[in-house]
Design a protein around this ligand. Structure first.
Ligand SMILES: *Cc1c(COP(=O)(O)O)cnc(C)c1O
Length: 362
């Protein structure tokens, strides 16, 4: 069977063991004679799946009791609407603050401006989002209902290595491209959300982890199925949820637990990223595109010093089983997305190929 090393940014590769288990159970789940995709979201079999998913998330991410776990329709970008609808009214000034570290933060800020006032307190747009801008806590308007950041910038290959202290203003983090790749202190955040398709499962659904006091502020016009309280009160089953995506996430979480959990995964992710960055830094054929101190561990962005060779590089990489390395058009060059499911062997294969390509074209 052909399987490539898939460096795509998302939807991204899932662990082979997870894909195989889903395949094996697809037609006949637990001897039911039906697949998960065919049974009721209110069946006892699905109830067991969603409960186990909750348990695994609590265990793996160390989620305290005063946080709710929600499975929300519409992927990550839908939360750019849901977050202001649910939170911007926390303070009647209806202000939300943003740190612009890339396209996703910019979109979130624009979307929130439909419901109140968006304040962009810092931006790295001046250098095409190649770094995480600094600001001091006193730059955060204390009347802000929340401060929104993108913890890992998928397109530009940067991440927040540490998180800002925002005082009483809840910190909201879009962790779509890194949730469960590194250890976190969940209590530092008011809301964490992540579309599933980078590190957790299939596209179209978002995991939302929200401190329970933040469930009480939705604007009156909030659609029922974007109101986080609806999800919290009905265990994300107010209507038919994407049961298959939740099931797939459960398999991914079981796999992660089997690999030793988030701490072990973080260590492996650091080693994978270091292999690539060290090679790029030592080379005079390639260069990284993000500033070294702000580099992502999940999305390694780089270019060839001779950009005319980029097309040949990408074609030959694909012919060698290294799939989807093209960078986002906002950055150009190449990008290796190396989420949890990418094994060290995939990163090694990429480095070997890059070495060979450099030798053949120098
Ligand atoms: C991929 C991505 C998104 C968009 O996710 P959708 O589920 O397609 O809306 C948003 N934020 C970040 C950080 C991403 O990486």
């Amino acid at each position: 069977m052909k399987r490539v090393y898939n460096f795509g940014a998302g939807p991204a590769m899932l662990p082979l063991e997870v894909m195989e288990q889903a395949q094996q159970e697809f037609l006949n789940y637990q001897d039911l004679g039906a697949g998960v995709i065919e049974i009721s979201h209110r069946s006892k079999e699905f109830d067991a799946i969603i409960n186990r998913t909750d348990e695994l998330l609590v265990e793996l991410a160390n989620i305290p009791d005063n946080y709710k776990i929600l499975y929300v329709h519409g992927g990550a970008q839908m939360q750019f609407s849901a977050i202001p609808l649910n939170l911007i009214n926390r303070n009647p000034a209806k202000k939300a603050s943003f740190v612009l570290t890339g396209n996703w933060a910019v979109k979130a800020s624009k979307e929130a401006a439909r419901y109140g006032t968006s304040i962009d307190i810092a931006s790295s747009e001046d250098e095409n989002f190649s770094y995480i801008p600094e600001f001091s806590s006193s730059d955060v308007d204390p009347d802000s209902s929340y401060l929104h950041i993108t913890s890992n910038n998928t397109l530009f290959g940067t991440r927040w290595h540490s998180f800002p202290d925002t005082g009483d203003v809840p910190l909201v983090a879009d962790m779509t491209s890194e949730f469960l790749s590194r250890q976190l202190n969940i209590s530092d955040f008011g809301v964490i959300f992540a579309g599933l398709q980078k590190n957790l499962g299939p596209a179209g659904l978002a995991l939302v982890i929200i401190r329970d006091d933040l469930l009480e502020h939705a604007l009156p016009e909030t659609p029922g199925l974007l109101n986080y309280k609806t999800y919290a009160d009905q265990h994300s089953l107010a209507n038919t949820n994407n049961t298959f995506a939740i099931y797939m996430m459960k398999l991914v979480l079981e796999w992660l637990k089997g690999k030793g959990g988030v701490a072990a995964m973080e260590e492996q992710n650091n080693a994978k990223a270091a292999l690539l960055y060290d090679f790029i830094d030592d080379s005079d054929f390639y260069r990284g595109t993000a500033q070294a101190a702000h580099r992502s561990v999940m999305n390694v962005t780089f270019n060839l010093n001779n950009e005319e060779l980029l097309g040949a590089f990408l074609d030959q990489a694909e012919a060698n089983g290294l799939y989807a390395l093209k960078g986002h058009r906002a950055v150009g060059g190449a990008r290796a997305s190396i989420y949890n499911a990418m094994p060290m062997a995939g990163c090694q294969a990429l480095v070997d190929f890059m070495q060979e390509f450099a030798t053949n074209n120098s």
